[in-house]
Design a binder for this molecule. Structure first.
Ligand code: SIN
Length: 275
């Protein structure tokens, strides 16, 4: 096995592990690497949908997206499609997946299906480091506080993306979670808010809440917390959604990055109630 770190903050590219093998022994290796590096990348993994699902099930029960329709034959797999002429893509800007759910996603397994020759890398950011390096005064203000996360409604997940299809659910959801959560497997503290879904701090007036959240969001964007993965065909990323932020970069500009299709198959594994 060969492990190459992608940055000084998080992320490792792993060689010598076959993701077709969903045995408990192989999964144990993957999970302990995941807890150490937070996001893992594997290249040249020609795994079928069934093999991707079998590996995902080792992490726990699979989660269906509350708004987006899964693939016809595999409802737990969302096919993320960016058409060639689209500038935007699903998953743009920093976020933690479905943090508005009572049990936000534990782990995501994302596999490339069609990759543009340039553009559309995925970036990840380490929220354990973000917590550790947060200003002590802010740490004090958010101690034992919760924040409300909102689902933004179905339109946010489908209307701006030509090929993404809704599942008919139009309800909106909000849930409050601790701003600092403890990782259930490592015991480490994590800064668990994100600029996409976190709307306000419970118990503070709007002005103070906005001020603190905006300062935290700026801090979370520090580039020294990040790593970046350039996709190739049949590559797989597995990330711990509890301790990271991610975004699919929309660097699709005319005459350069625009004009190519980007397709990914995403499986999410259900998490727990953050505390
Ligand atoms: C996501 O946000 O789940 C997708 C990220 C990507 O397609 O790079």
């Amino acid at each position: 096995m060969e492990i190459n770190l992608l940055s000084g903050a998080l992320g490792a590219e792993v060689k010598g592990i076959d993701l077709k093998d969903s045995s408990i022994e192989n999964w144990n290796k993957i999970n302990s690497l995941l807890l150490e590096h937070k996001v893992l990348f594997f290249r040249d993994q020609k795994i079928s949908a069934e093999e991707q699902l079998n590996l995902a099930k080792r992490f726990g029960p699979l989660e269906k997206h509350i708004y987006v329709k899964g693939r016809k034959e595999y409802p737990e797999i969302i096919r993320i499609i960016k058409e060639p002429d689209e500038k935007r893509q699903w998953g743009e800007t920093w976020h933690t997946d479905v943090s508005y759910n009572p049990k936000p996603t534990k782990v995501i397994i994302l596999k490339s299906v069609e990759v543009p020759p340039v553009g559309g890398d995925t970036m990840f950011s380490n929220m354990e480091l973000a917590y550790e390096s947060l200003d002590e005064k802010i740490k004090d203000k958010i101690k034992d506080k919760k924040a409300v996360h909102s689902s933004l409604g179905a339109a946010a997940f489908t209307e701006s993306y030509k090929a993404m299809e809704g599942n008919g659910n139009l309800d909106e959801y909000s849930n409050a979670h601790p701003i600092v959560r403890t990782h259930p497997e490592t015991g480490k503290k994590i800064l668990f808010v994100n600029s996409m879904y976190t709307k306000r701090i419970v118990g503070l007036d709007k002005e103070e809440s906005d001020e603190i959240l905006n300062e935290i969001f700026r801090h979370q964007e520090r580039l020294d917390f990040t790593c970046r993965f350039k996709w190739t065909e049949n590559a797989v990323a597995i990330w711990d959604n509890r301790s990271t932020h991610h975004q699919g970069l929309t660097d699709f500009f005319p005459g350069r990055g625009l004009g190519h299709r980007r397709v990914m198959d995403r499986i999410a594994i259900e998490g727990d109630n953050p505390n």
